[in-house]
Every structure is written in structure tokens, then in C-alpha cells.
Write a protein that binds this ligand. Sequence first.
Ligand SMILES: [Zn+2]
Length: 222
Amino acid sequence: MTAASALLDKFKAAVPELQANLPVPAEFRPDQTGTLTPMEMTDDIYRTGQSRAVMEGVAFSLPNDPKVWEAKGAKKVIMRNFVDTRRSEVLDPLLKVVFDDEVNSWSSDDGYFNWLLMHEVSHSLGPRTVIKDGQEVTVRQALGEYYSPIEEGKADISGLYNVVYLREQGIDEAPLESHYAGYLSEALRSARFGPSSAYGVIRSAAWNFFVEQGALILDPGK
Ligand SMILES: [Zn+2]
């Protein structure tokens, strides 16, 4: 077993605890004990067609159908060679232009990778159905046109929330700041996709929220 697959196994085993640890009322975090959460890490050796268009994915979590999730769980696949290339070729150069040296020093392979993994895991956390107007409906139905950006935002921020727990458990060993650098660099990349992209919408909104809250500060001297 490689170190990477041992880490994946630890992340997988923690999923029911992550669900139970969510800071929401119990009815919004149904018990996931025994839920299958298959995860695989691969190297993607050839892409063509739509997978080369506009945005090259590095991971996915499928299926999206809540009924299938409920019965079988969702499978996450992470393409490690694309993850590392995205960081070295796109994310780190963006960080260098926008952030100061301290933030740049936080960026690391494991910090980005583990947050990304937690983003994928977090898609399957939380409620699958909610009650709207007396009817049980999927979260997608309840949120309508806002579903996709909110779902991505849930995965982003729950991912950051969950790495704190995983670090407390000794499962994730990357410094917390390295996850922040990974997420912020990903947000910079996604903002360029604009309002037609769920990632563009929610990461721009999150960025503005951080600025409003004073978490991100413009250095006028830079
Ligand atoms: Zn996602």
C-alpha cells in the first residue's frame, strides 16, 4: 500500500465522523455509518474532446442522483497528475501575483491536495433531502437555479472546516495555512470563469465576503 492510498483510506474511514461533526442541527446530518465512499487516485494519461474544453477537471464525485447516493454512496476519483500540474502551472503563479510572500510560503502539494480531497468528500455530506412546502424534495429541487454554486460553496467551505477536524485527529498533517493557500489560489483561478460558472459565482462571492469581513486585506503599497 502506498502512503497516498493509506491516506485515502484514513480519509474514507473518517466520513461518518465528519458528517456527525457538521455544525448543523442533527436532522441535517443523517447518519452515514456504513455508507460506502469509494475513493480512487489515478493518473490521467490522455484527454480529448469536451474534457479538454475550457476547464480541465482534476477530480469528480459521482453519481449526482441522491437516490443512488443513498443506496450506494458516491465515488470520488482524483487525478493526481492533473492536481499537481494545476498547482505548479496555474495556482502558484496566480498566488505569486496576488499575495504576499508569507501566503506564498504556505502553498504546498499536500495542502492543496488534501483540501481538494475534502472538497470532493464534502459533496456527499449534509442533508440529501429537505422539506419544502410540506413535501420532501432533494436539495437540488429546493434550491433550484442556485443549487450548483451553493453546492460547490458547501464543498469548498466544508472542506476547510473538515481539515481542521482531520488535523485534530492526526489524519491530516499539512499545516492549516497550506489549505487556505490552496483554496484561495483555486478561488483566484475560478473567478476567471465568470458568472456562467458555478465555481466562478461562488468563489467570487466568497472572496467578496472575506474582503468585507477583513480576512483579505488589500495592501495599497503592492
Ligand atoms: Zn465540487
